[in-house]
Design a protein around this ligand. Structure first.
Ligand code: PLP
Length: 218
């Protein structure tokens, strides 16, 4: 019997996630953090078009070798913003006005796409703004000509059961769409919960370990 290769493994995992989510037709972002660029190359050749990273230097290195749409979903540090906008097409984790202004001032050839990160519980470890501040931030960001506001991103808090977290995210999302109809997207759902997220209106899912395998760190 032929030995199973990394390509076979990645293909099987990618096709299985694609088949599962296909009724919803979401943007599938393959989160390749901690995995080598060789895996990104394989996945790209298998048709994956969107990749996500949590560290700017890792994203910079991989995006230099693989032509794709690159997403940043890690915590934003002010001093890294210039680097991030240099390689990322889309940032999912924007949560402060100061960072928005810095992103908007960065020299880029086309508007950078952003999601504002919503926090349901205000846990600073996870990042994100509370619903009470989300709309004011969105108001400001939507006026910035070099930023294209796509919508909101959220990660369910560990303290909450997943179903009620997604119900709460969906409620905020509905309000958001009503106020910002030009920014209708919802980035939510990871390996453990993407089907629940899709059932609650997610348009962009960020899937890592289900495709690449369990990570050693991060
Ligand atoms: C790591 C990470 C993901 C992917 O997580 P998996 O559970 O491996 O699918 C998605 N979103 C964010 C913000 C992450 O940090």
């Amino acid at each position: 019997m032929a030995m199973s290769t990394r390509r076979d493994e990645l293909e099987l995992n990618l096709r299985s996630v694609e088949a599962e989510v296909s009724p919803f037709n979401p943007t599938l972002i393959v989160v390749t953090k901690t995995y080598p660029v060789s895996d990104v190359e394989i996945l790209r050749s298998l048709g994956a078009e969107n990749f996500g990273e949590n560290r700017s230097d890792e994203g910079l290195a991989k995006s230099a070798s693989v032509n794709a749409r690159w997403h940043y979903q890690g915590e934003i540090q002010s001093k890294k913003i210039k680097d991030i906008v240099g390689w990322a097409d889309c940032i999912h984790s924007l949560d402060t006005l100061a960072h928005a202004e810095k992103i908007a001032r960065a020299e880029v050839s086309k508007p950078i796409e952003v999601f504002l990160q919503l926090s349901l519980d205000g846990d600073p470890e996870r990042g994100g703004v509370r619903e009470s501040e989300l709309f004011e931030l969105a108001e400001a960001v939507s006026m910035m000509p070099t930023i294209s506001l796509l919508g909101i991103m959220s990660v369910p808090p560990v303290s909450m059961d997943v179903a009620s977290a997604f119900a709460a995210i969906s409620k905020v999302h509905q309000r958001f769409i009503a106020e910002f109809p030009g920014s209708p997207y919802l980035s939510a759902g990871m390996s453990g919960d993407y089907m629940i997220a899709l059932n609650h209106g997610a348009t962009h899912i960020r899937v890592g370990s289900k495709i690449l395998g369990a990570r050693q760190y991060h």
